[in-house]
Structures are given as C-alpha cells and as structure tokens.
Design a protein around this ligand. Sequence first.
Ligand code: CO
Length: 135
Amino acid sequence: MKPNRVDHIGIAVNNLDDAIKFYEALGLKCTNIEVVEEQKVKVAFFPCGDADLELLESTTPDGPVAKYIAGNGGKGGIQHIALNVTDIKEAIAYMKDKGLRMIDEEPRYGAGNSSIAFVHPKSTGGVLIELAQRL
Ligand code: CO
C-alpha cells in the first residue's frame, strides 16, 4: 500500500455558508455539497490542484466535527488529512498488519463518492488521517 497523493484536507468550520463565501472569494469553486448523516456533517468540496479542501460543518452538537471545534476553543481548523489510496480494503489490511490502530476496520461511505477509513490518532502521532478511495 502506498498513498497516491493527498486526496483532501478536512477543515472543520462553524458556519458552512460563511466558509464557502471565503473560499469562493479566494477564487476556488465549490463542486459538491452533501450531507453525510452517518458522520453528522454537511460537507462542501473545493478542488485545489491535486487535492480538495473539504469543509465540514457539524449537523448536530455531538458529532465528531462539533467535538473537534469544542476542543479547539470553539474555532474551526484543520480536522483531518485524507490520503488517496487505490484499494481501501487492501489499505486497511496493510495498516492492521503493521500493527496500526484503525478507527474504521471496515470501509464506510465518505463524501464525494468515496470509500474511507480513519486511522486512529494514537497510531499517527495525533493527526487524524483518513484513507480514501474515490469510487
Ligand atoms: Co475527509
């Protein structure tokens, strides 16, 4: 398993509409807005070169993005980095074989029509890393 590239950078935001205005003002274009119920987020994608910016607004006060913002003093920020992989199942098996702890031991749906799995921050030095296979 070798990641192909940075797939996207996940950015937690307090207000998606305000954040979209900012990134549009930078000259980027939003290509997809989607709610992922399972992760309790509303997501907006902004392609930027080889990687996307993934803006994440929590849809509930108890979702992972809401918890990230609470732990960050109420401010948004970079919540995760996603690495693009060719085969998510193979990538998960590889990580487990290396003794790395996965949050997701089975792939699940990710925004932008992808199959994803999160690596546990205990195994990454504190960074939340997502493995993402675009479908
Ligand atoms: Co992501």
